[in-house]
Design a protein around this ligand. Structure first.
Ligand SMILES: [Fe+2]
Length: 466
């Protein structure tokens, strides 16, 4: 039990006091940036993915275009070759005017599946032989007709001794070219899909590697915004993020030092105010510190959150600061106060609240100070608040203040024994004091907290039997 009390004494150490709004607790990294579609990770990933699709698409269509042009030229070369072959083979039959031999010559050219037609025409534009029998013998006054769409047509003059005796014409279908291009496109789909998929995975992975550092920096900034000045980020990289991280760490270090300075000044200010109160009433030396320690122990046991506990502790230290505004002859009077002096003394809670009111960070503290003499049954001052309408920290300070006053020597009486003080506290349960606070106080006393603050009680008081 003694060990527990010692531990709590450390908790009660006033060196831990911080101005309201400051926290030494390690803050969480705030809300998670998660996988929002608006996050930088997604924006960069989607941008590079779109770029990848554009590059792959352009390469695909460029390749298909190149292949089509290549096959088109190959088709034209082939048509040219077939037409030349037909012209050479037809030279002799044409010279001999042997039309019967033109048929086999022309048919030998038109055997291949891609050859749509082949025909020979004399110098008078008469079709001597056509692979389509219907067209043999027709006269073509306009010369060689224009090829239909999808046909590669080549015409070659049949020349004998520099005299054109006819024309050989071959028409090839472009269907083979289209089929070859389509087959190539189909063949490319799978490898391109796999390549694009791997590219997308790579983009998301590499984006994650680099953006993750930015996200960590963002979380660190959020943690800093939550008041955590212990946060640091990895700043070993030499790139822009590394420089940004070093700047961030330096900024946090400077903020940490600045906060330490603010804390130091704040503690010194509070201590100076407490000293000013105690200097005015020598009998209350150490009183503020003991009231603060007992009050804080009760508050923690009552479940007050950390921020309110800090405010309560400040209020307990400064609860009698209003006595600065009461005449010294009243505050330091060696004897009971007369009614006028009592009335003057009862102004000290409101004076204290007014003294603290310019300090915006101590607004609640001022409220707790103002009501630290309100009684649970509504008979206190200055506003005769009742029950739960009295701020909980004020109810706690009231009890701790009363107990300390009872157990220390006063100008007009000697200190009560601790047992007598416990009995008086118990008598005030439900009228002067909040019953719940009394119960917590007695529980703490049973556990040795009161002894930890005031030292061992020579009379070994038994508060639970009070
Ligand atoms: Fe007071």
């Amino acid at each position: 039990m003694k060990a527990d009390a010692q531990t709590d004494r450390n908790l009660l150490d006033r060196s831990g006091i911080l101005p309201p709004g400051f926290s030494d607790e390690v803050a969480t990294f705030g809300r998670s940036s998660g996988v929002s579609i608006f996050s930088l990770r997604w924006k960069v990933s989607i941008s590079f993915s779109v770029l990848l699709f554009m590059v792959v698409g352009l390469l695909f269509f460029a390749f298909m275009r190149y292949e089509r042009i290549f096959l088109q030229r190959e088709g034209e070369k082939r048509a040219q070759s077939l037409a030349l072959n037909l012209a050479v083979n037809a030279r002799d039959p044409l010279l001999a005017q042997d039309d019967l031999r033109l048929g086999p010559v022309t048919e030998s050219i038109s055997q291949d599946s891609d050859v749509l037609y082949a025909f020979l025409m004399d110098h008078q534009s008469r079709v001597l032989y056509h692979s389509d029998p219907v067209k043999t013998g027709k006269l073509l006054p306009q010369g060689v007709p224009m090829p239909e769409k999808g046909v590669i047509q080549v015409s070659v003059p049949v020349v004998v001794e520099e005299v054109q005796v006819g024309t050989a014409v071959v028409g090839l279908s472009e269907d083979h070219i289209r089929e070859a291009v389509a087959a190539t496109a189909i063949g490319l789909i799978f490898p391109l899909s796999v390549g694009t998929g791997l590219g997308l995975l790579g983009i998301f992975f590499l984006t994650g590697v680099h953006i993750n550092r930015v996200e960590l920096l963002e979380k660190a900034v959020q943690a800093l915004g939550s008041g955590n000045l212990q946060v640091r980020v990895d700043d070993r990289s030499m790139d822009e993020v590394g420089r940004l991280s070093r700047g961030f760490n330096e900024m946090v270090t400077q903020l940490h030092m600045a906060r330490k300075l603010v804390e130091k000044n704040f503690k010194e200010t509070i201590s100076a105010l407490a000293e000013a109160v105690e200097a005015k009433d020598a009998y209350t030396r150490g009183h503020c510190d003991r009231v603060a320690r007992i009050s804080l122990a009760i508050a923690k046991r009552a479940g007050l959150e950390t921020a309110r506990c800090m405010e309560l502790e400040l209020a307990a230290i400064l609860h009698d600061i209003g006595k600065i505004g009461v005449e010294e002859g009243v505050v330091g009077k060696l004897g009971p106060l007369n009614p006028d002096e009592t009335r003057d003394m009862r102004h000290h809670p409101e004076i204290g609240a007014r003294i603290l009111s310019p300090l915006s960070s101590l607004k609640k503290v001022g409220s707790y100070v103002k009501h630290h003499h309100e009684h649970y049954d509504g008979t206190g001052y200055p506003n005769r608040l009742k029950g739960e309408k009295i701020p909980l920290p004020s109810r706690i300070i009231l009890l701790a203040d009363a107990f300390d006053a009872m157990t220390t020597d006063r100008p007009y009486r000697e200190a009560l024994t601790r047992k007598e003080a416990f009995q008086r506290i118990n008598l005030g349960r439900g009228n002067q004091f909040d019953p719940r606070i009394v119960d917590i106080f007695f529980a703490l006393a049973d556990e040795g907290y009161v002894d930890a603050v005031y030292g061992d009680d020579p009379e070994e008081a038994q508060p639970s039997n009070a």
